[in-house]
Design a protein around this ligand. Structure first.
Ligand code: PLP
Length: 479
């Protein structure tokens, strides 16, 4: 029956009693379903009343579709599906930026995600000591592993590197001075600033040198009875070029040790892979910083390490032991999901080949250019076969995540020029259609052409990418 008047609208109880809502109630719950049904009926009632004022016999459905109970039901189901879409959902990253800060930094491999799923869906030995049948500490497992892997005396794991830096400074330098080069007073995205963190820790900042040049004697002259530590901060997300001078980690460590002080190194990225480091000149590795003599080093879990968001502090037991009893540690503790993912990721680093295979950011960064080119060609062939005119072009990519900012690495892109097609939407509309897809696609739009770098697209996402492209361009694949 076509609904023409508000009085034809179904009663909410009868309406919901319809079989087709049983599944919806099962899936979305009774209250959300009844709310959605009410909203749809109310909106339709208003539309019918408004319409009545203008023109009596206009259909109240969409365009030509008559307004029936079935149409109302469909609207309720659409609304429920729309509202149930999670805020955080998977996207296809076709930008080629491996550590995309807005897209969740480092993704997990299936192996890591499966481990998290398996262990968190039962009870676990998170804080249980089997041998002593007593309470253990949640960080023991992962911290032991860090010590083994990096051959360090001690390690502590916290929520993120910002927390790590705050914990280190609060423990080692409260109400005392920390000497740091003015060229290293960095701000990291998301409002992490070294001077502010230092203030928060109650350490007293002693800036030395100038923005572009800091010498060893600048540090030497600033040393007093009040000095608690020397601090080095990796200038992760910017580079100083031109007339510059900085002091090496080794020189700083020697100076600190001559005065029986620790050198603290906020390393930021925390690269553990020598292969990856070889690709990113200027990115220090954790191992090289330890070798150079830094006493306390802190770095992120989800930047170049390729694991979950975490902050890892490593170094000498004499400095780290006090952090274990600091009240802040409890407020920075990691969830079990983080600890599981981090432990599983670190285990992979005992074997270069395993790490490369199961840590996605390593696979993506270290893929052979020829292999990437071949993959891009095959995908481009598929697009062409479907009537999308695409070409393979050399392109470049950046690591992202505030690492190696000046470094453009050679890459390949599949490029679509919408101007070569007839009757397709404009480049920016295609771009926004792609972002509005059920599995949103993020690509680069440069001078009205769309660039897709498959380096950051999983092979099993290619079909979906193709499907989304066809839909976004209103092209129907002949086959
Ligand atoms: C990224 C970064 C941080 C912050 O690390 P998060 O893990 O994002 O909290 C701190 N210091 C440096 C030098 C960084 O590069």
């Amino acid at each position: 029956m076509t609904i023409k008047h508000p009085r034809d609208l179904p009663k909410i109880d009868e309406f919901l009693g319809d079989e087709c809502f049983a599944d919806a109630i099962e899936m979305y719950g009774y209250t959300p379903t009844i709310e959605a049904a009410r909203t749809v009926i109310d909106e339709t009632r208003s539309a019918l009343l408004n319409q009545g004022n203008v023109c009596d016999d206009e259909p109240a459905g969409d365009d030509e579709t008559p307004l029936t109970c079935g149409l109302l039901q469909q609207r309720v189901l659409d609304r429920l599906a729309h509202d149930a879409k999670p805020g955080i959902r998977p996207v296809i990253n076709a930008t080629g930026v491996i550590l995309h800060t807005n897209l969740g930094r480092a993704p997990f491999s299936k192996k890591i995600a499966d481990a998290v799923h398996e262990i968190t869906s039962s009870y676990s030995s998170l804080e249980y000591n089997f041998e002593q049948k007593s309470r253990g500490h949640r960080n023991t497992h992962v911290e032991k592993l860090v010590c083994e892997l990096l051959d360090v005396e001690a390690a502590i794991v916290v929520n993120n590197n910002a927390a790590g830096v705050l914990l280190v400074l609060s423990t080692l330098a409260r109400n005392r001075e920390v000497i740091v080069s003015r060229g290293e007073l960095v701000e990291i995205g998301g409002s992490f600033r070294i001077p502010e963190i230092m203030e928060e820790s109650r350490a007293i900042l002693r800036g030395v040198g100038t923005t572009n040049r800091t010498h060893l004697h600048d540090y030497e002259r600033a040393l007093t009875e009040e000095t608690a530590a020397l601090l080095r901060v990796h200038t992760s997300n910017f580079r100083l070029i031109g007339f510059t001078k900085s002091v090496s980690t080794k020189e700083l460590a020697d100076l600190a040790h001559r005065h029986d002080l620790p050198l603290i190194y906020d390393l930021g990225s925390g690269c553990l892979s020598a292969d990856l480091a070889a690709l990113l000149p200027g990115e220090p590795t954790v191992a090289s910083s330890i070798e150079d003599g830094a006493d306390v080093i802190c770095f992120s879990g989800d930047k170049l390490l390729g694991g979950p968001q975490a902050g890892i502090i490593v170094g000498k037991e004499r400095y780290i032991s006090a952090m274990r009893t600091h009240p802040l540690l409890r407020t920075f503790r990691c969830d079990k999901m983080t600890l599981i993912a981090l432990e599983q990721t670190l285990r992979l680093y005992f074997d270069d080949e395993l790490a490369r295979r199961h840590i996605p950011i390593l696979s993506m960064a270290l893929v052979e250019p020829e292999e990437l080119k071949r993959r891009t060609e095959l995908f481009t062939d598929r697009l062409n076969a479907c009537g999308i005119q695409a070409t393979v072009e050399p392109s470049s990519m950046v690591m992202g995540g505030g690492t190696a900012p000046e470094l453009y690495l050679d890459s390949w892109a599949c490029v679509i020029d919408p101007a070569l097609h007839e009757g397709v939407p404009s480049p920016s509309v295609i771009d926004s259609n792609l972002r509005a897809s059920s599995r949103p696609v993020i690509c680069r739009l440069i001078h009205d052409r769309l660039f897709f770098d498959l380096r950051t697209v999983r092979s099993d996402e290619e079909d979906l990418l193709l499907e989304n492209l066809l839909q976004s361009m209103n092209i129907e694949c002949p086959s």
